[in-house]
Design a protein around this ligand. Structure first.
Ligand code: BG6
Length: 475
């Protein structure tokens, strides 16, 4: 088996990280509009309301809102087959609970999608990528409250209808899987997913479990809704997952590693098997957490299974174990691997881990997978003659694509696309920096939002163009 002729090469971006124009087009305030810039080791501050003196990177993004035509033309020049975008909920329903959607917001996304179609680029649309109207958090308490599921479904219906016939691939949620009642979370992780700070949560375990359950249910209901609006819709959900390796072959360490990795899969189980897993409910009960699955919910799980799995892959980790020394990875917890190097932000670089994870996930569920994010966040130097020689990025992507191809060609994994994060420099989700760059296209902006926003092609631009031209045969 080789990569399919219509393999979806391309990239992924998210509204709050690129659009800017946070108060234009009648957009409401979104949760990420209240988060300041941080740095590696310096958490982003999360504010309750806007403060005049703070720098909030989402307000400007990379100005995609005004420059999307130019950016899409660059993606088209690279030969992109697909671009994954997200819809900012607060552009469509500024408060989240209005009866009438904001037409200006809808029109913006229709224009973006039309622009993609003009170049034959398949739009892949994420309905929730850390973009929730602040009003829903303040008024209803976010996903803890089931009313928010109804608001989300209203928003989804609006977008399914507004983009009907133009968009075939939909993603219900990006990375809802990082909330786990068993582990301490950082404020930023609970915040980006649900607009709530971990340190301020009452009854932490119950709250995290309820949010995880309600979001899973919301995804299943959205899948059903999307299939009803247009049976041709292919609807998936995106997960940020990583292999968790045992430190050695001591069976107890192997078991612990399995357990740590498994925590990220219960929602995929629910969405692929059409059933909220009984093992999770029992695990919750043993910790005093109550989750009641009603008849109606069971029906929703049964009828809302996903058509594909989206996989965001950046790193692997080593499971924590008795006697382990300090040495947390900066990503989802776990320890650094002595066999592997890490990025400047502490994310372990593990191309083989991608092949491992593709195999693991495909053997478990047997449905198509798309790599929805993969890439290297690095510091790029702009030379005097305005070039960026990012051979480290090319090296990273080359190694990952090589492993992806092995997974498809040797291991027979049904993977139908590879989307890089991100094809153009944009605001980092975890740190808010611009200097953590991922793109094939450089954006002249620094961490304080200073710069011209000029777009400059990096060396990796032509390299990736070649990958696409040869459908991954020659790179
Ligand atoms: C993924 C998110 O988890 O990681 C993206 O879906 C994010 O939104 C990406 O940007 C990379 O993380 P960061 O913090 O380097 O931007």
């Amino acid at each position: 088996m080789r990569l399919k002729d219509d393999f979806l090469w391309g990239g992924s971006i998210a509204a709050h990280q690129c659009e800017g124009a946070y108060d234009e087009g009648h957009k409401g305030l979104g949760i990420m509009d209240l988060v300041t810039v941080g740095a590696y080791g310096k958490p982003r501050e999360i504010h309750k309301q806007l403060s005049g003196s703070a720098h909030y990177p989402s307000h400007q993004g990379i100005d995609f809102y005004h420059r999307y035509k130019e950016d899409i033309a660059l993606f088209a020049e690279m030969g992109f087959k697909a671009l994954r975008i997200s819809i900012d909920w607060s552009r469509i329903y500024p408060n989240g609970d209005e009866e009438i959607p904001n037409q200006e917001g809808i029109r913006f996304y229709q224009n973006v999608v039309d622009e993609l179609i003009k170049y034959g680029i398949e739009p892949i649309v994420t309905l929730y990528h850390f973009e929730m109207p602040v009003h829903l958090v303040k008024t209803y308490g976010s996903w803890v409250n089931r009313t928010v599921i109804d608001n989300y479904l209203t928003f989804c219906k609006t977008m399914f209808e507004a983009l009907k016939g133009k968009v075939r691939y939909w993603v219900t949620f990006n990375e809802m899987n990082h909330l786990d009642p068993q582990t301490e979370a950082s404020d930023i992780f609970t915040y980006i997913i649900a607009g709530l700070k971990y340190s301020e949560l009452e009854n932490k375990k119950q709250t995290l479990a309820t949010i995880g359950y309600n979001m899973t249910l919301a995804s299943c209901l959205a899948v059903k809704l999307g299939h009803t609006v247009d049976p041709l819709n292919q609807i998936g959900c995106v997960f940020g997952i990583e292999p968790v390796y045992p430190v050695d072959c001591n069976p107890i360490n192997v078991m612990n590693a399995f357990k740590q990795m498994d925590r990220d899969f219960y929602q995929i189980d629910a969405m692929c098997n059409g059933l909220f897993p009984a093992y999770k409910i029992r695990e919750y009960q043993s910790q005093g957490i109550e989750i009641a699955v009603s008849e109606e919910d069971s029906k929703a799980f049964r009828n809302g299974t996903i058509d594909f799995i989206g996989m965001n892959y950046y790193a692997s980790s080593v499971a924590e174990y008795e006697g382990a020394e300090e040495g947390k990875s900066a990503l989802f917890g776990g320890l650094q691997n002595p066999y592997l190097e890490a990025s400047k932000w502490g994310w372990t670089i593990d191309p083989v881990g991608l092949r491992y994870l593709l195999n693991y996930t495909y053997r478990k569920y047997g449905i198509p997978i798309i790599i929805t994010e993969n890439g290297l966040g690095a510091v790029d130097q702009l030379t005097e003659d305005r070039k960026i020689h990012d051979e480290y990025r090319i090296d990273y992507l080359k190694k990952h694509i090589t492993q992806l191809k092995k997974a498809v060609e040797i291991d027979q994994v049904d993977c139908f696309g590879y989307l890089t994060w991100a094809p153009i420099d944009l605001v980092s989700a975890t740190t808010g920096q611009m200097s953590k760059r991922y793109g094939f296209v450089y954006v002249d902006l620094d961490d304080h939002g200073e710069g011209t926003t000029e777009r400059i092609k990096k060396d990796s631009f032509d390299w990736f163009k070649g990958v696409i031209e040869t459908n991954g045969e020659d790179f």
